[in-house]
Structures are given as structure tokens and as C-alpha cells.
Design a protein around this ligand. Structure first.
Ligand code: C5P
Length: 222
């Protein structure tokens, strides 16, 4: 289509969703958090006792799973089969299990289809791991957002603190590294920078600086 697509990929806790939401707001585009979709399926599998490596079981579960985003304040809310799970999907047990579910090819295939349907609805900012490489390969703007692991652990620590989650900094660092390793080394659609993506290292940048840079890059393409 002629609608603008902005793909933002990168490792865990690089600030993708924070930045993506603000860029979407600026252009009045839809924002799609694809990580939330993998998290929501993971949460449901854990609740229903479906083994996280059981491909057939997960595909069957996903076929009767509705994942919806609804506008909310301050951020959009996530619904699983009509029930709000916005904070549940950010809990450490989901975070530490999601990469296992996300490595399964047929799960990715179905969620990729759903993500493309959302993108068909209009101008979009989509964040994840494989948006520029796989989900929206024709996106006009592709950003690969990175930051040092120390900086990302610090940011996650502050986020967690605000939510009342108290995982030590060193543990967070280890969890981030483990998740990045799994996400980058899986067989299907691993985390990798698209050839035509612009790398932005946010380590020394403020959120507003990152947002402004992406708006600038996008404005040059419109
Ligand atoms: O972005 P977020 O950290 O919420 O993503 C959670 C997990 O979902 C990632 O660690 C990854 O395993 C998976 N994911 C993915 N592909 C995407 C988005 C997320 O595999 N496009």
C-alpha cells in the first residue's frame, strides 16, 4: 500500500516501545507492539498448562486466542480473550519464557499474519525483532535500536521499580543477555538488523532525542 510503515527492531529493553508509541502519536499512526502478542500467547499457555515447546499444542491454543489492543491512558491496553492482561504480560515469568514460544515457526507464522493485517489498516509504527526483515520487508523506514546492556538493565530496573517489581540489576542484566541470545540465535526470523535499516544507538540519548531522530528520518521519506 501507499501508507507509511515504520519498523523498529532491536534487542530487549532498548526503548523500542516507548519510542514507537511517541512516533506513532506524532504522525497519528497505529502502534503495534508485536512483543505483546508473543507475551500474551505465552501467558495463556502458562495459565492453561500447555508445554511451551509443544508446537501443535501452541498452534491449537493460538487458533482460539484473541489478542486485542485498545486505546488507554497513559498507554494502550492489551486484552486476551476479552480480559485485560496489560500488566500480567510484563511479569518476570512471562518475560523469561516468551523467547521459547517465539522460537516456534508455526506460532510466528500465525502472529506474523495477524501483524500484517493490523498494518493493512493504515499508517503504522510496529516494533519487535523481525519487523524490518520479515513482517514488513517493504517498510519505508526501518530503525534498528540498540543500547549497551548496562544501560538497558538500568532502564529495565527503573521501569520495574515503578511497577513494584524488584529484581536485582545483575539478574536483569543476565536475563536480558539470555533473551537476546535466544532471540538472535533461533532458526526462524531471528533478531537481526535489516540491510536497509538505520542503526540508532540510544545509550547516550534521551527518549525525545531518539523520537526526534526517527521523525526526521521518516519526514525525509514522505
Ligand atoms: O519486545 P518484547 O521484549 O516485549 O518482546 C518479548 C519477546 O517476544 C522477545 O524477547 C522475543 O522473544 C519475542 N518477539 C519476537 N518477535 C517479535 C517481537 C517479539 O520473537 N517481532
Amino acid at each position: 500500500g501507499k501508507e507509511i510503515q515504520i519498523a523498529i527492531d532491536g534487542p530487549a529493553s532498548a526503548g523500542k516501545s516507548t519510542v514507537a508509541k511517541l512516533v506513532a502519536k506524532h504522525f497519528n499512526f497505529i502502534y503495534c507492539d508485536t512483543g505483546a502478542m508473543y507475551r500474551t500467547l505465552t501467558l495463556k499457555a502458562m495459565q492453561e498448562g500447555v508445554e511451551l515447546t509443544n508446537e501443535a499444542g501452541l498452534v491449537k491454543l493460538l487458533s482460539t486466542t484473541e489478542i486485542k489492543f485498545k486505546p488507554g491512558k497513559p498507554d494502550q491496553k492489551v486484552f486476551l480473550d476479552g480480559k485485560e492482561v496489560t500488566t500480567d504480560i510484563r511479569q518476570p515469568d512471562v518475560t523469561n519464557n516468551v523467547s521459547t514460544v517465539a522460537a516456534i515457526g508455526s506460532v510466528r507464522e500465525e502472529l506474523t499474519n495477524r501483524q500484517r493485517q493490523i498494518a493493512d489498516e493504515g499508517g503504522i509504527v510496529m516494533d519487535g525483532r523481525d519487523i524490518g526483515t520479515t513482517v514488513l520487508p517493504n517498510a519505508q523506514v526501518k530503525i534498528f535500536l540498540v543500547a549497551s546492556v548496562d544501560e538497558r538493565a538500568k532502564r529495565r530496573f527503573a521501569d520495574n521499580d515503578a511497577k513494584g517489581i524488584h529484581t536485582p540489576l545483575e539478574v536483569l542484566k543476565q536475563e536480558i543477555e539470555t533473551r537476546d541470545y535466544k532471540d538472535s540465535h533461533r532458526e526462524i526470523a531471528p533478531l537481526t538488523q535489516a540491510e536497509d535499516a538505520v542503526k540508532v544507538d540510544t545509550t547516550p540519548m534521551t527518549i525525545q532525542e531518539v523520537v526526534d531522530e526517527i521523525i526526521q528520518i521518516t519526514s525525509n521519506k514522505i
